[in-house]
Design a protein around this ligand. Structure first.
Ligand code: TTP
Ligand code: MG
Length: 361
């Protein structure tokens, strides 16, 4: 009996690091992190060997070196990870029409229509993805979305875990509250201030208390820890923006260098938008100076674009509006307010047809 175990959440293991290990198998078995080229950069991910030393995502490289002097640092190659992610999703797409991609390496899959034992299905997906891509992933299965995600993290790497109705809320009780989907840093700190650190402490709070202090989010939290989450798998998740952001190993203090970088960013962004068949209405430039002061400048275009030249010219214009009074530590270029190119082309095509039909008359 499947007892409503309709949600399968998958998440690739140490994703960026695993891709680098596939590219260079000599890295396997050694503590390795993917991250910035300089000591000032941060780790995007650590392989499981490096995690034994306490290394993890978002940790500064200099700290990683202190904790594990032998750590191998590999520069980030986003395009490569995107390609590998696409390969995985091509395989996953064969299992269900209802797939919500949550990030580059994770997805929630509606498996309600699949008449198979969910555990066997999970093993099948793992084996299939491993054979075709060389990557391992972990899977969580449950009767709602947030519990499936939580379960995918339970037995990492290469694990499967099922959270059934009769296991809730018992299984959640000893978890730190931040493991519950919907409790971010701010909510966590506020709950900590009330002396609440573990889910069992959260379970003691009444609905009205949570609602009074946390509003709508309080209601969500009250329900989530009792296994109530009515969200469905959203197949048409709309991407809100696409962009590039980089912290430099050395501050940029030459205008010519900055312009060159901006050109590269515009080129990369245009390629990325085109690959996904999307166009953006708004272009945003972000600059962080070496004193950490951050400014953003945006411009909204009448017609959305993914053309390099247009993006670059607008970005350049935005740059000229900024008073560059100090060396720059970080540069970002983002396109937002996105629309699907296919839809636009379709409507243009319809218009053409309409015009020619009219002419014929
Ligand atoms: P995660 O799935 O959070 O991490 P992971 O796949 O490396 O490891 P795990 O086995 O625990 O799932 O994120 C996926 C990728 O996203 C990760 O490989 C690198 C990138 N990433 C960042 O760039 N910065 C971050 O802070 C995090 C958390 C991830
Ligand atoms: Mg992952």
């Amino acid at each position: 009996m499947k007892e409503d175990l309709n949600f399968l959440h998958m998440d690739l293991d140490a994703f960026f690091a695993s891709v680098e290990e596939l590219e260079n198998p000599k890295l396997k078995g050694h503590p390795m992190v993917v991250g910035g080229r300089s000591d000032r950069g941060i780790i995007t991910t650590a392989n499981y060997e490096a995690r034994k030393y306490g290394l993890h995502s978002a940790m500064p490289i200099f700290m990683a070196k202190q904790l594990c002097p032998n750590v191998i640092i590999v520069p980030t190659r986003h395009n490569l990870y995107r390609e590998k992610s696409d390969e995985v999703f091509k395989i996953i797409n064969n299992y269900s029409d209802k797939i919500e991609q949550m990030s580059i390496d994770e997805a929630c899959i509606d498996i309600s229509h699949i008449d198979a034992d969910p555990l066997k299905l999970a093993k099948h997906i793992q084996k299939n993805v491993y054979q075709k891509t060389g990557l391992t992933l972990s899977i969580g299965i449950s009767y709602n979305k947030s519990l499936a995600k939580l379960a995918s993290d339970w037995n990492k790497p290469n694990g499967v875990f099922v959270i059934r109705k009769n296991m809730v809320p018992k299984i959640l009780e000893d978890l730190p509250i931040e493991r519950i989907a919907g409790i971010g840093q701010k909510t966590k700190e506020k709950l900590n201030a009330f002396g609440v650190y573990k889910v069992y402490e959260l379970l003691e709070l009444s609905f009205s208390f949570l609602k009074k202090n946390f509003g709508k989010q309080g209601e969500v939290i009250y329900n989530r820890i009792r296994g109530i989450d009515n969200r469905v798998v959203e197949t048409t998740r709309i991407r809100k923006s696409l962009g590039i952001e980089r912290t430099f190993s050395k501050d940029i203090d030459k205008a010519s260098e900055l312009v060159k970088l901006l050109k590269n960013f515009a080129e990369e962004l245009s390629k990325d938008l085109k690959k996904r068949n999307i166009l953006g209405h708004t272009i945003t430039l972000k600059i962080k100076f070496n004193n950490f002061e951050t400014i953003t400048r945006s411009m909204t275009l009448e017609n959305p674009t993914n053309e390099f030249k247009e993006i670059y010219l607008k970005a350049y214009y935005l740059l000229r509006t900024v008073d560059i009074k100090r060396p720059i530590r970080l540069l970002g270029l983002t396109s937002s307010n996105l629309v699907d190119d296919n839809i636009i082309q379709l409507s243009l095509w319809n218009l053409d047809e309409f015009n020619s039909n009219n002419k014929r008359k």
